[in-house]
Design a protein around this ligand. Structure first.
Ligand SMILES: [Zn+2]
Length: 146
């Protein structure tokens, strides 16, 4: 748990289904009900056909590191004690082109902080793990796949 970090609101109707699923350890992706194009982050209108009709599709939670960063001080106080940690952009295996940002977890301990960033490379396989940050906020984080 990281204390005092800014957390997303989870009651906005546009993305509430994403957060509801996360609380059940399920990764979902918003998709247009008309043209079926998946998108992330969730938004009210399809950027391709302007439909306001929305569906949600369950994702496998598997993906590959598309990019990553190792934040360095100066950092917000809540993050300073975690260094080194890794923030990754992960492309989902079953939704090519959909990328999600999340913290990497240590392969063994499952912890966010104090991990060796040299263990990660672009293209590495990862799988989602949900980490509870508040009663209603379970953030998708990423663990290396074997
Ligand atoms: Zn559409």
């Amino acid at each position: 748990m990281i204390a005092d970090i800014p957390l997303p609101t989870t009651d906005d109707p546009t993305d509430a289904p994403f957060w509801d699923a996360a609380m059940r350890s399920q990764l979902v992706v918003q998709a247009c009900a008309r043209c079926k194009t998946a998108r992330h982050p969730p938004r009210a209108m399809c950027p391709y056909c302007q439909s306001m009709d929305v569906d949600w599709a369950r994702a496998s939670g598997r993906g590959r590191i598309w990019s990553f960063a190792v934040p360095r001080p100066p950092l917000l106080p809540a993050f300073a004690s975690l260094t080194p940690y890794v923030t990754a952009v992960v492309e989902l295996e079953d939704f090519p082109g959909i990328r999600m940002v999340g913290l990497m977890l240590d392969r063994v301990s499952g912890e966010i902080g104090n991990i060796d960033p040299t263990l990660f490379e672009i293209g590495d396989g990862v799988e989602v793990r949900f980490v509870k940050f508040a009663e209603d906020v379970w953030l998708p984080c990423w663990r290396p796949r074997d």
